[in-house]
Ligand binder design. Structure first.
Ligand SMILES: [Zn+2]
Length: 220
């Protein structure tokens, strides 16, 4: 049973509903919605508000200026009807994420970045690097992630294990929704690997010694 303590920020949810969120981050949002009734309820409220807005605005203009509408409608169709018991697909993750994985979570061909940290890049619909990066990250027990800040938004969902940083403890299902004001250094804090789904809408900025070691994380 998941005990979700950290949710998606209202600004991020509103951007998801409005179709202005980067595709990479939309995948993380849809994956969290699959397991979080609280955030699904917020989305339903926001969709009602957005529907009112659409009625009052000029339809042709809205479509022409928002190329992301089709992609977001696709996510909505996947996310809306899902309830928590569908968390376990045959790939061990919710369907919005499972659709983008070739193998079960237990069989991921991890690529080592530095000792204790591996990653697995996931393709997204448009594959545009400028729209950021979506990847799985595996952090070994006791391993600190290098301290880093963000040049944009970074949204992380915990899939297995847990980590702790200055913002608190993050466990399975939890979301860390960080903007460019935050520098943090997560540490996997149990005897199990911490596996996260992590999306950015711009490359990370690493500070200090690890920055050279972690070049593979930047601009994948
Ligand atoms: Zn939530």
């Amino acid at each position: 049973m998941m005990n979700i303590q950290h949710h998606i920020g209202d600004d991020t949810l509103m951007a998801y509903v409005n179709g202005t969120l980067a595709d990479t981050i939309s995948v993380v949002v849809a994956t969290h919605l699959a397991v979080c009734p609280k955030c699904r309820k917020n989305v339903a409220l926001m969709e009602d508000i957005a529907a009112l807005y659409l009625v009052e605005s000029e339809p042709a203009k809205y479509v022409a200026t928002d190329p992301k509408v089709p992609a977001i409608q696709q996510f909505d169709q996947e996310a809306s009807p899902i309830d928590s018991d569908k968390y376990q697909t045959d790939k061990g993750v919710p369907s919005p994420l499972a659709d983008r994985m070739q193998v079960h979570l237990e069989d991921i061909p991890w690529k080592k970045l530095v000792p204790g940290i591996s990653h697995y890049p996931l393709s997204v619909a448009d594959g545009n690097r400028k729209n950021g990066v979506l990847r799985l990250l595996k952090i070994a027990p006791g391993t600190p992630m290098p301290e880093h800040s963000h040049s944009g938004q970074e949204v992380t969902m915990i899939l297995r294990g847990s980590y702790i940083d200055s913002l608190g403890r993050f466990q399975s299902g939890d979301i860390a929704d960080l903007d460019d004001q935050i520098t943090h250094q997560p540490v996997a804090d149990t005897d199990k690997d911490c596996i996260c789904l992590i999306a950015t809408d711009a490359p990370l900025k690493f500070s200090g010694f690890f920055s050279r070691l972690l070049q593979p994380l930047v601009g994948i």
